[in-house]
Structure formats: C-alpha cells, structure tokens
Design a protein around this ligand. Structure first.
Ligand code: DX5
Ligand code: ZN
Length: 216
C-alpha cells in the first residue's frame, strides 16, 4: 500500500482551483504537490506565491512544494509565509545545498531535495541524514504529462539503500509520469510517496484515481 499520494495541482483547472482543492481534500490523497517553475531553471513558468497562498487557503492537507527555480534561498521565507509545509529544492540549483537545507529547516519546514534524471543518488550522500524527503524526478522537470523514465526505478532502489545504510529518516518521493503501472513498480522498488498530475486530473473520476493509486 502506498503510504503517501500527492496529486500535482499543476494539472488542475486554474479557473476552478478551489473546486479542485476541495476534491483533493475529500479524497484519499495525503499531500498537495505544488510545482513552482521560474522559466530559468526549467523551460516553463507555472505560478508564484499568490497561487500557493490561494491553494493553502482551502487545503486541509500539507503542501508539498517543489520549487524548480534558481537561487531558491532568497525565497525560502516567502514560501513558508505562503503555506509550504515541505519545501523541496533542486540539487542542480543549489551550489550551497547544505546551507539551503538548514535554511528551510530553520523556518520550520521539512526539507526535500529533488534530483533530475541525470543526477545520481550518490550526490546526496553527505546531506541525506539532514533530509526529510528525497524527490526522484522520473521526467525532466518543467511539464506535466511526460513519459516516465524507467531509470527512476533503479534510482529509488539506490535511494532506499543510501537511506538504510545511513539511518536517514528521509522519505522517497517520485515525480513524473506516474500511473498505476509505473506507480506499482515504484512502490515495489521502495518509494514512499507518489506524485501524480495528469493521470489524476485527466481521468474521468479523479477521486477514484487517487484511491486506486493509494491502494497500490
Ligand atoms: C514536472 C512536475 C510534476 C508534474 C507531474 O516538472 O514536477 O510534478 O506535475 O506531472 P505528471 O504526473 O503529469 O507527469
Ligand atoms: Zn513536481
């Protein structure tokens, strides 16, 4: 059974954010996955603080905020103020990652680090015990609806090994191209949390789709 399901609001109907947030409130989902993109770190712009705050206003579950932005340190406090409970930054965007992680924690948020498909899990060896979350990207970040990169499955196993060997409490979350098939493989490989955007919101019955993911 999947421990944590985090629907990505990137795929919601932004003209009906409240309605879609209420749908997630009333579902088996555990977190809201909130994707912030700056058009620099990734080739797309999603939304900023006003939208995060609007989601927070109605959300009855934690906000799992995934920031795909350069220089995230300068916005950590603002993400806290906007309602982030977990703040995940990209390894590739943080030259002083240890400092960034401590900064996130100093603001009372859980700290996560995301790895692009080309970044090996080993890169986290020296910070893994400081982390609450490792986010394995199973697509190149920037867009919903992309094809799952199967190498993510061996990265989940590598992350599980790193976490076990170091005694870290970090959860393993996977993001991109998750559906019932890839989700089952990821859970079997040791994932704790699954993000799903288009698979949930493009389905005929999003609540049931969330329940199906939860039952994996
Ligand atoms: C991609 C985002 C994802 C995205 C996933 O850059 O980080 O969270 O919403 O979308 P799907 O589930 O459609 O691949
Ligand atoms: Zn994401």
């Amino acid at each position: 059974m999947a421990k944590i399901i985090a629907p990505s609001v990137l795929s919601c109907d932004f003209a009906n954010v409240q309605r879609d947030v209420e749908m997630i409130n009333g579902s088996n989902a555990d977190w809201f996955h909130v994707d912030v993109m700056d058009g620099v770190f990734v080739p797309n712009i999603s939304f900023g603080f006003p939208v995060v705050k609007a989601i927070k206003k109605h959300a009855k579950k934690p906000l799992d905020v995934h920031v795909m932005i350069v220089n995230p340190d300068q916005y950590v406090e603002e993400f806290k103020n906007a309602g982030a409970d977990i703040l995940t930054v990209h390894y590739e965007a943080c030259p002083h990652l240890h400092r960034t992680i401590q900064l996130i924690k100093s603001h009372g948020m859980k700290a996560g680090v995301a790895l692009n498909p080309h970044t090996p899990v080993d890169a986290l060896q020296d910070v893994i015990t400081d982390l609450e979350l490792v986010l394995i990207m199973s697509v190149n970040p920037g867009f919903g609806g992309q094809k799952f990169i199967t190498n993510a499955i061996s990265k989940v196993k590598a992350a599980r090994d790193l976490i076990s060997s170091t005694g870290s409490n970090a959860l393993i979350e996977v993001d991109g191209g998750v559906n019932l098939e890839t989700g089952a493989e990821l859970i079997a490989a040791g994932a704790d949390a699954l993000v799903a955007g288009s698979f949930v919101f493009k389905s005929n019955d999003p609540k049931q789709t969330i329940a199906d993911l939860k039952a994996l």
